[in-house]
Ligand binder design. Structure first.
Ligand code: 6PG
Length: 475
């Protein structure tokens, strides 16, 4: 390769996501150098997907030398120690001003640490959240770049070109400094967990209380996907219920083990929320539901030993389906209100100056949580960028007022019939904890002051008070 043919960008890691992103860039006219630790993966990619703009390299030195300056390198490798290992090998080959991007699901604190370390060597580091799975990476993901803005401007034309487009606008925008891009991706994934859990609970209610068959469920979800719930996840759910089982006949959904794993981004969001003091109980409950689902042996023992109520089926199935739809929508509003509150808090805590409206707008297409709903969130923040909790926005507040009866009905139906509905229950609890003038915290203050002299605050005058509690075994 002579100088005039140098590549615009290089990708390290050519597994599914890296390969798809490389081909997406190549399709958009960028010359892309590809490198993978195992040469056989690179060879396979070139055999399966030969492309005039994609150039394979089998040594890191040659890969680095193939790139135009300042070099732009995207890491598409497993988050954690492998990222540090590749950075250690790569950095000695780079020069001041070069740009390294991490396009994996890295923990944002790791990204902050790496960007500080690379800054000392004069190398720019961008933590780039990328959502959309294989299809998104190949044909248009949602992209959340964080790091130095000047470095982002250098890679912006490439990232914007390959991003999904919503109403003609690229679903890619500068998020903020250091770990902001990966933080926002983490919250995206947390919301994804809550969305998926809500859909799973709607499925349980419709299947067992509504007595809907898989094909009826497919029709219901397809219909929901025509209206305000229209989203990627509702769309694929409709398709999933129709999918035939190649191995054993019938529908595949009935042959899939009732146990769901997680790689950790939703859990990270929950842990951060506790550290920050923001309630994202729906995301946490979605993590908990997956964790409990993994305890298959214990669940089997429990279902043999602990009785549940019998299931009472809905009389009016169509009306019940509408109740579930409204409950799902109300739950979705509350899950997003929680996720966006977490980002709002992080923005202030880390000084990132996150633009929540822009973030909502780049979730409108390309990513897993893409939905019509995100357009409404974008409008809410456009109307008032400091709107606070999403439920204060008139559009979402009105929907909550309209649909909360359905949410309460879906939760109580689940509880009375012994069907687990943790995310819907958390939605109702959060709504009431947020809305109700009485939360019971006055009693908790009293208890703390009583057993530990932690003092208490009053509702009739300012200040901290301690009371000598006259409590004996007799009273
Ligand atoms: C995305 C997805 C993607 C991946 C999740 C799945 O935005 O494209 O979120 O990042 O599918 O990591 O996470 P779990 O394995 O934890 O469900």
């Amino acid at each position: 390769m002579n100088t005039s043919q140098k590549s615009h960008i290089g990708i390290i890691g050519l597994s599914v996501m890296g390969r798809s992103l490389a081909l997406n860039m190549a399709d958009h006219g960028f010359k892309v150098s590809g490198y993978n630790r195992s040469a056989s993966v690179t060879e396979q990619v070139m055999e399966d997907h030969p492309h005039k703009n994609l150039f394979p390299f089998y040594s890191l030195e040659e890969f680095v030398n193939s790139l135009e300056r300042p070099r732009k390198v995207m890491l598409m490798i497993q988050a954690g120690a492998p990222v540090d290992a590749v950075i250690d090998q790569l950095v000695p080959l780079l020069e001041q001003g070069d740009i390294v991007m991490d396009g994996g699901n890295s923990f944002f604190e790791d990204t902050r640490r790496r960007s500080n370390a690379l800054a000392e060597a004069g190398i720019h580091y961008l933590g780039v959240g990328i959502s959309g799975g294989e299809e998104g990476a190949r044909f248009g993901p949602s992209i959340m770049p964080g790091g130095e803005e000047s470095a982002y401007q250098a890679v912006r034309p490439i990232l914007e070109a390959i991003a999904a487009k919503a109403m003609g606008e690229p679903c890619c925008a500068y998020i903020g400094p250091d770990g902001a891009g990966h933080y926002v991706k983490m919250v995206h994934n947390g919301i994804e967990y809550a969305d998926m859990q809500l859909i799973a609970e709607a499925y349980l209610l419709l299947k067992y209380v509504g007595n809907f068959s898989n094909f009826e469920l497919a029709d219901i979800f397809r219909e929901w996907n025509q209206g305000e719930l229209k989203s990627y996840l509702i769309g694929i759910t409709a398709g999933i219920f129709r999918e035939a089982d190649d191995l054993d006949g019938g529908q595949l959904i009935d042959r899939i083990l009732d146990s769901a794993r997680q790689k950790g981004t939703g859990r990270w969001a929950s842990i951060e929320s506790l550290k920050q003091g923001v309630d994202i109980s729906m995301i946490t409950s979605a993590c908990g539901a997956r964790i409990l689902s993994n305890h298959l042996d214990e669940r089997k023992m429990a279902s043999a030993q602990i009785e549940g109520p019998g299931i009472l089926q809905a009389d009016d199935r169509a009306a019940f389906a509408e109740t579930v739809r409204r409950a799902l929508y109300a739950g979705k509003i509350i899950a997003y209100a929680q996720g966006f509150s977490l980002m709002q808090d992080a923005s202030e805590r880390y000084g990132w100056n996150l633009d929540l409206g822009t973030i909502a707008s780049i979730f409108r297409a390309g990513c897993i949580i893409q939905a019509v709903f995100l357009g409404d969130i974008t409008k809410a923040y456009e109307a008032d960028s400091n709107a606070g909790n999403l439920m204060f926005n008139p559009f979402f507040g009105n929907r909550i007022n309209e649909y909360q009866d359905s949410l309460r009905c879906a939760v109580s139906t689940g509880v009375l019939n012994g069907l687990p509905v943790p995310a819907l229950s958390q939605a109702a609890s959060y709504l009431d904890a947020f809305r109700s003038p009485a939360s019971g915290a006055n009693l908790i203050q009293a208890q703390r002051d009583c057993f530990g002299a932690h003092t208490y605050e009053r509702n009739d005058r300012p200040g901290s008070f301690h009371h000598e509690w006259r409590i004996t075994d007799d009273n």
